[in-house]
Design a protein around this ligand. Sequence first.
Ligand code: HEM
Length: 181
Amino acid sequence: MARLRPITEEQRAIQREFFQLDEKTMDRVRRLKPRLMDYAKTALDGVFDHLEGNPEVAHYFEISENVTYLRAGMLAHCDTLFSCRFDDAYYDATDHMGERHSKLEYHSHVYTAAYTNMFTRIVELAMADKGKFTTEDIVALTRVTLYDMELTVGSFFSHRMEKRDALDSDAVKIRHLLTGS
Ligand code: HEM
């Protein structure tokens, strides 16, 4: 279900400017993408090992199909993110991800924690590799990733609020039907 109040392209441009996501920054991440995708594949192994031991979500990740499904979903999201296209498809993907997560019983910190563990592992791998990333590379990667986290968690809460508002207005309608007041 698309957002009731989707963000306009003008608002998107203002947001990107706020995160200082300029063309130079996006070009830098696009150039680094092949390495970032390799690091993401390795990082996800550690992320799921950690999730399998986490009391809040272990029951979900004990089912290997769930790990396979989510690993593919997270890698596909990295592929979209590190392309830095910021087009409708990208904003729809972040909204979709937030909406899917908002329907589960987990609190938002579960997603931001997993995301942070993936991101910091990517940074560790990039700094340990030959031709390690420069400060400018890490800054560009951080800007793009934190903007993406803002969009996906923002969508998580917007969908939860829209759902709650819909339930509240249904309750009012039912009360009115039952009591006429
Ligand atoms: C512990 C943390 C997480 C849990 C428990 C979790 C769980 C899930 C579940 C159950 C779904 C499917 C929901 C459905 O079928 O409606 C889902 C979808 C998705 N998740 Fe997560 N997720 C987590 C973290 C993340 C992170 C960190 C990312 C990205 C970096 C991510 C990216 C996605 C995407 C892109 C989808 C949609 C996949 C699709 O369209 O098929 N998830 N997640």
